[in-house]
Design a binder for this molecule. Sequence first.
Ligand code: HEM
Length: 155
Amino acid sequence: MPDSTIIFSAIHGLAATVWVGGMFFAYFILRPSLGQLEPPQRLAVWNSVFKRFLKLVWIIVIALPLTGYAQVYMDFGDFDSAGLAINSMHIVGLLMIALFVYLYVGPYQKFGAAVAASEWPVAAGHLNSIRQIVHANTMLGLITVVIGSSGRFWG
Ligand code: HEM
């Protein structure tokens, strides 16, 4: 096995772990824990959480497909030979990336502008849209991790 395959596979696995783990933590742990704060404080915390995390996610949404495609072409030759699991991971992965880009250019920009203007109810509305997208992407991410890590035994 070429060294590059090992490196691509390691980067792919790390990128998936940080993205899906980060969303899981945000949705299931941080969100209920911040529920006791007043809206201005809560929304300001989310604003700085997003500023840090979403920067990282931009790197991840570039690294995941690049390392995924590299593995497809180097290990399997093409998508036809790669099998059902990898083809499903590819489709769900692209859907997750599209949802992230939509979140970033849509609700997240509006949320940031509303927080900067101290328009708390407006910001809370956009945060709710972000929450729904992050929920969907967390579920898709968990499914993709199951497919990615177990697919070689059934796909
Ligand atoms: C976007 C297009 C993607 C492509 C083309 C792709 C392709 C691949 C390939 C070829 C493998 C190696 C499978 C094997 O050797 O049996 C793999 C593994 C894996 N993928 Fe993906 N993948 C993509 C997106 C994703 C996403 C979005 C996630 C999770 C968020 C993910 C999670 C994993 C995991 C956990 C593994 C197993 C560990 C590893 O090999 O790094 N993949 N993927």
